[in-house]
Design a protein around this ligand. Structure first.
Ligand code: PGA
Ligand code: ZN
Length: 420
């Protein structure tokens, strides 16, 4: 169907900061909306999130320029066009004309890109995941095993540290990963562990307030204490590490990397990449850790390659987030240099769904795993749940079992499980 109107507005994300929402109207007068998330521990190679830098509004974080770009340049170009996602995304890339979307803003571009996919699903009269599977993923090269939609395992971030809590651990995310993929079961297991952890913390008179992604953020003394507390809580809820769930970490180490060394503040130590590798290998074996995300900094390629080599021996998954920024060029380099074996996929790091799909398909074709991910600043938009199911992603990372902007994605998986 033909696009008849495009309207963008400034809304607020889960941290109360401005972000972009765009509504696309089709010729049958149906309206299709999408909203854009925003990171805190962002990688420097991400596409540009355009902020007004006008300190009289929202401490400079307003997005009226990005909104205006949608309401003028983009609207003028795409009204009258067929709502075909790849054609519109190519048009958006051409209109922007920069490598990193600095001209129109990745936030402006993504808001349109996502909304057009929704509009196209409406035109076909199918659920969003079904449209995306058929449009983007059905005709995969024969050497991948992603030929049908499937539910991802949940990476559930139940303890928040680093920049998302800013007062306790160097490691940003401590996650539980239920072994079962069926959403109604995996969501229940994760929620039971989450609530049980709340009880464990309360009994120790520790804080049960939650961080940006809905996980607890207690003042425990070490990474190991956090992992022990999670295992204890899970046991109280009837679940056993490895048998029923696994543990995963997002270290977000770019945040504490300086001059070739990593600062572990809790331990009052500066570690070399080799020493940090030894530390990961030790805790990885002790706790049977499933995956390490951003174990090394965004440009510490050599450390990534050495760690991935080591990790394969211990069957750890090494996930690149700030390293790869959902950018097909950086993923290609990492595949060639064996710098990771999985990619974290964040739609706003690259800015269009077309390029996001390219990143996912490139990773799957290389035998890598993917984790479709939210940002720490989120909205009620659940687009990534449909995307994760459609591409048969191995994982989805969308926060803890609290805060509605996180639950929106889990709840959407539950809808999909129920045929919606
Ligand atoms: P961000 O954090 O959205 O603040 O970048 C999420 C992550 O690092 O995975
Ligand atoms: Zn990360």
């Amino acid at each position: 169907m033909i696009i008849t109107n495009v309207q963008s507005l400034e809304i607020l994300d889960s941290r109360g900061n401005p972000t972009v929402r765009t509504l696309i109207t089709l010729e049958d007068n149906s309206v299709h909306s999408s909203s854009v998330p925003s990171g805190a521990s962002t990688g420097s190679h991400e596409a540009v999130e355009l902020r007004d830098e006008d300190n009289t509004r929202y401490m400079g974080k307003g997005v009226l320029t990005a909104v205006e770009n949608v309401n003028t340049t983009i609207k003028d170009a795409i009204v009258g066009m067929e709502a075909d996602p790849n054609t519109i995304d190519s048009k958006l890339l051409q209109l922007d004309g920069t490598e990193n979307k600095a001209n129109l803003g990745a936030n402006a571009i993504l808001s349109v890109s996502q909304a057009v996919v929704r509009a196209a699903a409406h035109t076909e009269n199918v659920p969003l995941w079904k449209f995306m599977f058929e449009y983007y993923f059905k005709d995969q090269s024969p050497n991948t095993n992603h030929h049908s939609p499937s539910f991802p395992q949940l990476l559930v971030n139940i303890v928040n540290g680093g920049k998302h809590a800013s007062w306790n651990f160097d490691i940003q995310e401590f996650m539980v990963v239920p072994n079962i993929k069926t959403p109604s079961e995996s969501v229940r297991i994760a929620a039971e562990i989450f609530h049980s952890l709340g009880k464990v913390l309360k009994a120790r008179k520790l804080s049960t307030l939650v961080g940006d992604e809905g996980g607890f953020s207690p003042q425990l003394n070490s990474n190991e204490e956090v992992l022990d507390a999670i295992i204890e809580a899970a046991k109280n809820a009837g679940y056993e590490n490895v048998k029923d769930f696994r543990l995963s970490l997002d270290v977000a180490s770019t945040e504490f990397f300086k001059d070739g060394k990593y600062e572990l503040k809790k331990q009052n130590k500066w570690l070399s990449p080799e020493e940090l590798t030894t530390y990961y290998t030790n805790i990885g074996q002790k706790y049977n850790i499933l995956s390490f995300e951003d174990a090394f900094a965004e440009d510490d390629w050599e450390a990534w390659t050495n760690f991935t080599d080591m990790a394969e021996k211990f069957k750890f998954i090494t996930i690149g987030d700030d390293l790869l920024v959902t950018n097909p060029e950086r993923i290609r380099r990492a595949i060639d240099e064996k710098a990771a074996n999985a990619v974290l996929v964040k739609v706003n790091q690259i800015g269009t769904i077309k390029e996001t799909v390219e990143a996912i398909n490139m990773a799957h074709s290389a035998g890598w795993k993917t984790a479709i991910s939210h940002r720490s600043g989120e909205t009620e938009d659940s687009f990534i749940a449909d995307l994760a199911y459609a591409c048969g992603s191995e994982f989805i990372k969308t926060g803890s079992m609290s805060r509605s902007e996180r639950l929106a994605k889990y709840n959407r998986l539950l809808e999909i499980e129920n045929g919606l």
